[in-house]
Design a protein around this ligand. Structure first.
Ligand code: PEP
Ligand code: MN
Length: 337
C-alpha cells in the first residue's frame, strides 16, 4: 500500500502518517519528491484496520498495490491448481467437458442424456436439480429427487457429476449425491452461500456474476477458499452488455486475465453466454484455443421440448460433432481429451 501526500504537504503531516505506520508495527518507506512525498507501507496492512489514513491532513490518496484476494492469487501460488471431482480432473493438462441438460426433468431423460454425452467424450455430467429461474412460475427443478437421478446416472456411466446449489439446504442434499457443486451467476455474491459451499467438503464451480468484475469474482472465490476449501473452479458464462444479439456477451478475455491473476482452473460456458445453439460450437473452440481448462455445454435429447434453455441446448449429434472437432484444439493446447 502507498500513501500519496498532497503536493507541498507539511513536514508535520508527513511525520504524523509515518508515526502512525510505525505505531502499528509496519515499516514506512519514504520517497520525498520536489512536490509530492509518497510513503510506502511495508508489512501486513490489516494492522491498519480501523485507522483511515485517507482522512489524515495532507493525505491525497491511498493506492493498493496488492489485491485483497490472497489465497486465490497467483502471486502467492504460482503453480496452476489441479482440482479433482469424482473421476474428473480439472487443470492445465486436461480438457474437461461438462455436458448435460439445463434441468433434470426425469430419470429417463437424464439417463438418456448421460449415456449420449459419455459416448461422445464428456467427462462430467451437468444437470440442474434446483433451478434459480428468473420467473417464479417457471420450472424450479426436481430438487432432491433430481439429485438421486444424478447419482444413478453418474454411477452407471462413470461420469463425474455437478449440480447447482442455491441454499444451505440444497448443499446438504447435494453432498449426498454429487461430486461437485456449482454456484450460479445469480448467487456469485451470496456470501453466506459461498461460506457454506466452502464448508461443504465438495469441489465448487463458481460462475461469474452476470455484472461482476473479475476482481469481484476472485474475491467471491476467496470466500470459499478462506473456509478451508481450496477446490474451486471458475466459470465464465457471459456478462450483461449493450449487445442483444446474444443472451450475454462471452468475455473471452477473462481466460488470459484469470490465468495471469489466479491459479484456479477456468471453464467456459458458451451455452449461457450465447443463448443460441448455433453459436455454441464456435465459442467453445475459441475458449479452448484461448487456454480454458474446460467447457460446460447444455445438451438435450429433445431441445424443442426442454423445460428450460432449449434454444441453446445442443442435440446429441451436434454435441458429438463438437467433441470430435475439439480433439484437434485440445491437441494444440497440449491437453488430454
Ligand atoms: C446453469 O448452469 O444451469 C445456470 C443456471 O447457469 P447461470 O448461473 O450461468 O445462469
Ligand atoms: Mn441453463
Amino acid at each position: 500500500m502507498i500513501v500519496v501526500m498532497k503536493p507541498y504537504a507539511s513536514q508535520e503531516h508527513v511525520d504524523a502518517v509515518v508515526k502512525l505506520i510505525e505505531s502499528r508495527g509496519l515499516t514506512p518507506h519514504l520517497s520525498a519528491g520536489k512536490e509530492v512525498t509518497i510513503i510506502g507501507v511495508i508489512g501486513d496492512k490489516s494492522r491498519l484496520e480501523g485507522q483511515n489514513l485517507e482522512v489524515f491532513p495532507d493525505v491525497d490518496k491511498i493506492v493498493q498495490v496488492t489485491e485483497s484476494y490472497k489465497l486465490t492469487n497467483r502471486k502467492f501460488h504460482p503453480e496452476p491448481s489441479v482440482i479433482h471431482a469424482g473421476s474428473a480432473v480439472i487443470g492445465p493438462d486436461t480438457l474437461t467437458i461438462m455436458a448435460g441438460p439445463c434441468a433434470i426433468e426425469s430419470r429417463e431423460q437424464l439417463l438418456t442424456i448421460a449415456r449420449a454425452v459419455k459416448a461422445a467424450g464428456a467427462t462430467m455430467l451437468r444437470g440442474g436439480a434446483y433451478k434459480p429461474r428468473t420467473s417464479p412460475y417457471s420450472f424450479q427443478g426436481l430438487e432432491e429427487e433430481g439429485l438421486k437421478y444424478m447419482k444413478e446416472a453418474g454411477e452407471e456411466t462413470g461420469l463425474a457429476t455437478i449440480c447447482e446449489v442455491i441454499s444451505a439446504e440444497s448443499i446438504n442434499a447435494a453432498v449426498k449425491y454429487v461430486d461437485m457443486i456449482q454456484i450460479g451467476t445469480r448467487n456469485m455474491q451470496n456470501f453466506n452461500l459461498l461460506r457454506e459451499a466452502g464448508q461443504s467438503g465438495l469441489p465448487v464451480m463458481l460462475k461469474r456474476g452476470m455484472a461482476a468484475t473479475i476482481d469481484e469474482w476472485l474475491n467471491a472465490a476467496e470466500y470459499i477458499v478462506a473456509e478451508g476449501n481450496p477446490n474451486v473452479v471458475l466459470c465464465e458464462r457471459g456478462i450483461r452488455t449493450f449487445e442483444t444479439a446474444t443472451r450475454n456477451t462471452l468475455d473471452i478475455s477473462a481466460v488470459p486475465v484469470l490465468k495471469a491473476r489466479t491459479h484456479l482452473p477456468v471453464i467456459i460456458d458458451p451455452s449461457h453466454a450465447s443463448g443460441v445453439r448455433a453459436y455454441v460450437s464456435p465459442l467453445a473452440k475459441a475458449a479452448v484455443a484461448c487456454g480454458a481448462d474446460g467447457l460446460m455445454i447444455e445438451v438435450h435429447n429433445n431441445p424443442a421440448c426442454a423445460l428450460s434453455d432449449g434454444p441453446q441446448s445442443l442435440t446429441f449429434d451436434q454435441f458429438e460433432t463438437l467433441t470430435k472437432e475439439l480433439k484437434s484444439y485440445a491437441a494444440l493446447s497440449k491437453r488430454a481429451f
